[in-house]
Design a protein around this ligand. Structure first.
Ligand code: ZN
Ligand code: ZN
Length: 483
């Protein structure tokens, strides 16, 4: 630690800098060249903790744009909003990179128990689900309390039935409960269809007991019939479990009318703080701009957009930029299967070797509690210095098995070293992918600590020397923070 006097002086010079006339002579250069990167990082953390910018960005995005379903006019409006905002904040090389995806639009969604005790169910279609016939599907429900039980069911055993998996999602700080349950949503419909089911329901992948169902993407397996797939709220799943446990044959009627607009366009947004010495070397901090459509995508992932934008902005405003370039990427179409991330890795294949470290903020508002890496040498002196700068924020040194975040996975496959600033996720799956994902969930203090952690990381990663390659190139990331 430097002496307090130096820190205070530095803070005064830094805070005075924006008020100096733009002559090019008045920049507080002496302070910038004499102060250590570690001291500058501490100043940046203090600024982030006090900044209004994170709340402003997530509030503006969720208020002015609202939901941002991939490939829709709303996502495009968000992209144009982001470009204008990033330009206004003074970033370099702000641009959109378009790619095409297969579109999907939610329609009407309705479910009810028709016997023995008629009552409405709260339901939502999974992304990419096909529609039911216009009159709906009415059939007997077969309940599986474990996903493994569905997988163990013989072929043909669900002929004409609706399969319902009611396995619970376990609350965990790092989201591993969701990671473990993810396949129930992603792959369950085709597993049920292979066994003859006419529709697939699951207990929402969520950790609460309110009646908001959670949407999310699913993928039809090749060769399996495509059947409608939807999530019901936890209390609704338990109601059906109770009826079945009492020996009743439960019948459910399901009506979904999603549509498939064909090939549509999404886009990644890129903005940079160009490095002063090694501008071609990149520290990538990402988030995703698209969201599901029921809420306004505040925790998923407006918070991440706010955090990485604030981090880069605070660094951009330093009297002296760091050595390497900081690249902010706001990915499109994450929710439909990391489509923006795949498009980015493909479009930037030639410069993957210049991506020094990459990470994403896509697990809500934080706070950050651990620093995980996936680098060749987890005891590298620069990694140690980054950790030392994070420790005062209440962040411990985690493991060397980071996945970087959902959108970082495709880059990791190209050998890009990654880190995770592990975000507190105990309550993330209470509102994730529900109508309850709104700005009301965001707490300024949590968001600002997260912004501080990303700022410290991005600055030091860009300023300190280090080659972190030869990292283990992993298997596909565990999308704990998932799409
Ligand atoms: Zn997300
Ligand atoms: Zn999501």
């Amino acid at each position: 630690m430097k002496t307090p006097i130096v820190s205070v002086l530095g803070a005064l010079l830094l805070s005075a800098a924006p008020m100096l006339p733009a002559t090019g002579l008045a920049v507080a250069a002496p302070a910038a060249t004499t102060r250590s990167p570690d001291a500058i990082a501490a100043d940046l953390a203090a600024k982030a903790l006090a900044s209004d910018l994170p709340m402003q960005i997530v509030t503006d995005l969720t208020t002015e744009i609202g939901p941002r379903l991939a490939g829709t006019e709303a996502e495009k409006r968000a992209a144009d909003w982001a470009v204008a905002r990033l330009k206004a904040l003074g970033f370099d090389s702000v641009r959109q990179e378009s790619f095409t995806i297969t579109g999907w639009l939610r329609g009407e969604e309705k479910a009810e128990i028709t016997g023995p005790a008629p009552q409405p169910l709260v339901v939502t279609a999974l992304g990419t689900s096909v529609a039911t016939p216009p009159e709906g599907i009415e059939a007997e429900v077969v309940v599986f309390k474990r996903y493994a039980d569905l997988l163990a069911a013989p072929e043909g055993s669900l002929e004409g039935k609706i399969a319902l998996v009611t396995e619970k999602t376990v609350r965990a700080q790092d989201g591993s409960g969701y990671g473990a349950a993810g396949l129930i949503r992603r792959a369950g419909a085709s597993e049920a269809a292979k066994r003859g089911a006419v529709a697939y329901l699951l207990r929402s992948l969520g950790t609460h007991d309110h009646r908001f169902p959670h949407t999310g993407s699913q993928v039809y397996a090749e060769g399996a019939p495509k059947i409608p797939a939807a999530a019901i709220s936890p209390p609704d799943a338990e109601q059906i479990e109770r009826l079945v446990a009492r020996g009743h044959t439960v019948k459910v009627k399901l009506k979904l009318t999603p549509s498939h607009p064909g090939t549509v366009t999404s886009q990644n947004i890129i903005a940079e703080v160009k490095g002063r010495e090694k501008p071609d070397e990149i520290i990538l901090i990402g988030a995703h701009l698209d969201s599901w459509d029921q809420g306004t995508g505040a925790i998923d992932d407006g918070a991440g957009v706010a955090v990485v934008t604030t981090a880069a902005k605070l660094i951009r405003d330093l009297p002296q930029r760091p050595k390497r370039t900081i690249r902010v990427v706001l990915f499109g179409a994450e929710e439909y299967g990391l489509l923006g991330a795949k498009a980015y890795a493909e479009a930037h294949k030639a410069e993957m070797g210049k991506h020094i470290l990459a990470t994403e903020a896509d697990f809500g508002q934080g706070p950050v509690y651990a620093f995980n890496t996936r680098v060749a040498d987890p005891k590298h002196p620069s990694i140690v210095r980054i950790q030392n700068a994070l420790t005062p924020l209440g962040i411990y040194r985690g493991d060397n098995a980071a996945h970087g975040g959902p959108d970082i996975g495709p880059m990791m496959q190209h050998g890009v070293p990654v880190v995770n600033l592990a975000l507190e996720g105990s309550d993330y799956f209470d509102t994730h992918h529900t109508p309850d994902d709104t700005i009301d969930r965001i707490e300024r203090k949590r968001l600002n600590q997260t912004a501080a952690a990303y700022t410290v990381f991005a600055y030091l990663a860009a300023e300190l020397d280090g080659d972190y390659r030869q990292a283990r190139v992993a298997d596909a990331p565990n999308t704990a923070s998932g799409n």
